[in-house]
Write a new protein. Structure first.
Length: 212
């Protein structure tokens, strides 16, 4: 039987190699939004995704938000904004793009641009840019991972002046989420401690049209 090595250089190389590997086939682990009970086990043990992992373009494949029922090809692109002061936080440049599929009461812009400021444990405070600077909202990552090369994220949005509280599911694939992965995510959402989340998913979750 081979003995376990205690050589610090070898152990350091092995640790670095482990960190370099992608999060592959991770189990579907979800938490309830912090507002329901910040002491819930799933909230207190939650580890948010690294910003380098979250950075990039995502397809919104399913959502409970009414605004996406009259839109297609909804994409969210995050870009890290370096700290403006030595001890300041990293922010996220946040661009949401979509194509309208039907007339809406108010004109729906093709792009919504804002900046996200961290609010602890995977929470973010969004503030609009330009003419949307008066608008703000709060959102949280409820779960994230990777399966067979496809990255996924579930986000929850607190109610704002424009939208009710809602859930979005993101996929790193432009063509959308794999069916098996979607079913597992929905099963996880329906099993959350916060019953309101399960009710919201069952009543309002819809597929967002993807058509390129």
């Amino acid at each position: 039987m081979a003995e376990a090595t205690t050589n610090p250089e070898i152990l350091q190389e092995a640790h670095a190699d482990t960190l370099a590997k992608p999060i592959s086939d991770s189990p579907i682990t979800l938490r309830s939004p912090k507002k329901y009970n910040p002491q819930l086990p799933s909230s207190t043990t939650f580890i948010p995704p690294p910003l380098e992992w979250l950075e990039g373009a995502w397809s919104v494949t399913h959502s409970t938000l009414p605004m996406w029922r009259k839109a297609k090809n909804v994409r969210i692109t995050y870009k890290i904004i370096p700290p403006s002061t030595p001890n300041g936080p990293e922010l996220l440049d946040d661009i949401v793009s979509s194509e309208p599929t039907a007339r809406t009461l108010l004109p729906q812009p093709k792009e919504i641009h804002g900046v996200d400021t961290p609010d602890g444990q995977g929470g973010w405070d969004w503030r609009g840019k330009g003419w949307l600077k008066v608008a703000s909202s709060h959102w949280e990552v409820l779960g994230w991972g990777e399966r067979e090369g496809e990255r996924w994220v579930v986000t929850w949005f607190a109610p704002s002046m424009f939208t009710p509280a809602g859930l979005d599911i993101y996929s790193s694939r432009k063509e959308g989420l794999g069916e098996g992965l979607y079913k597992d995510i929905i099963m996880g959402l329906e099993g959350l401690e916060a019953e309101e989340m399960a009710q919201l998913v069952k009543a309002e979750m819809r597929e967002v049209k993807i058509e390129y």
